[in-house]
Design a binder for this molecule. Structure first.
Ligand SMILES: Cc1cc2nc3c(=O)[nH]c(=O)nc-3n(C[C@H](O)[C@H](O)[C@H](O)COP(=O)(O)OP(=O)(O)OC[C@H]3O[C@@H](n4cnc5c(N)ncnc54)[C@H](O)[C@@H]3O)c2cc1C
Length: 318
């Protein structure tokens, strides 16, 4: 597994990709190259986290997008001939990865959760299939092996101060055939549920938007954040999309996840794999969330939640 490239648009993504990248690199003894925009922090941080080389992408003009780097990166990768190229499975990363794989005439395994070199050196990756109901094991036969990895799949790489590496700068590419005409901020919550220790998650069991207040009160007494299922963010638009938990949303790793009126479909449960304690309130005793939960209350959330709030306040002396 000689030579690993990591391409990321954000520092935190690059630091996470350095964890599997470093493991593969250690197995093969090649060079570990990190490609990031020059605005994404001090190159020394990537070198301390295991990079042998940092290639900085110069600032792009307003009308250019991250994928404007495609021709330059394809040429760089062809010249370096790494064994594998890893990108984050973000909107930008997925687009760039697909287009790079096409240019390099190689295979791309998307949304990989694990990567490991087999005894014969073949890189084998695991990813969810059928909406999270099955785990698929895949290998790419072309070179380089290309893979995208969802954010927060791996922890940031450990840093070793004093490591040495090289830094170079790639000049901005010429304007490409795609022009960005305007950029608009998406509605986002400032909450970071991916990092929250406690998450109260609301599902379709909630009858009205105003009832979110009840869940917010419960989250407040628990010192946690509020999250939701996809219908709440995508169909009803009661909460921003970055609070949706699951396959197409955020992966959470709280100490406590508490679902209110959440049925527990596999696409949602996929986002809870890292939760330490899963609790659920649902009036349907056969709801699929119960077999996945550590603690379950069969009941109406409108009756149970006020009792929970009162009891938690009492237990905390408030
Ligand atoms: C490709 C794909 C990706 C997807 N990605 C995601 C994802 O990332 N995240 C996600 O969440 N979903 C995702 N989904 C959707 C997912 O399949 C489910 O439809 C969704 O999770 C269901 O949301 P829910 O539990 O809020 O609603 P429902 O399934 O409608 O469940 C509502 C639950 O509330 C209970 N309930 C009703 N009233 C009360 C009450 N008063 N008190 C207590 N309980 C009550 C009901 O018994 C029921 O179990 C995806 C689907 C697909 C096809």
């Amino acid at each position: 597994m000689a030579g690993i490239w990591i391409i990321a648009e954000k520092k935190e993504l690059a630091m996470e990709l350095l964890t599997p990248g470093g493991q593969l690199d250690a197995a093969g003894g090649g060079r570990l190259t990190v490609v990031v925009p020059e605005s994404e922090g001090d190159p020394a941080d990537y070198i301390a986290a295991g990079a042998d080389e940092v290639a900085l992408l110069g600032r792009l003009s307003e009308e250019m997008s991250f994928s404007s780097w495609l021709p330059a990166l394809a040429e760089e990768i062809k010249a370096a001939d790494p064994a594998a190229v890893l990108l984050a499975a973000t909107f930008r990363g997925r687009e760039l990865a697909a287009r790079l794989a096409a240019r390099l005439e190689t295979g791309l395994a998307s949304n990989c959760l694990t990567l490991a070199a087999g005894p014969d050196g073949t890189l084998v990756m695991e990813r969810l299939a059928y909406g999270g109901a099955a785990l698929q094991r895949v290998a790419v036969t072309g070179r380089p092996v290309m893979a995208t990895i969802p954010p927060r799949t791996f922890p940031p790489a450990a840093t070793v101060p004093g490591r040495e590496g090289t830094v170079r700068r790639l000049p901005p590419p010429p304007a490409d055939s795609l022009r960005v005409l305007a950029r608009k901020e998406k509605e986002r919550s400032a909450q970071d549920i991916a990092a929250a220790k406690t998450v109260v998650c609301v599902g379709r069991g909630l009858e009205k938007r105003e009832d979110l207040e009840l869940a917010r009160q419960l989250a407040a007494v628990l010192g946690g954040e509020i999250g939701c299922t996809r219908p709440i963010s995508e169909e009803l638009r009661w909460l921003p999309e970055n609070l949706c938990i699951g396959l197409s949303g955020v992966q959470v790793k709280p100490e406590l996840y508490l679902g209110l009126g959440v049925s527990g479909q596999i696409q949602h449960l996929t986002g809870l794999r890292g939760a330490r304690l899963i609790c659920a309130v649902n009036r349907d005793p056969h709801a699929p969330i119960f077999p996945a939960a550590d603690l379950g209350i069969v009941g109406d959330l409108y009756e149970v939640t006020p009792i929970l709030i009162a009891e938690i306040k009492k237990a905390r002396g408030g």
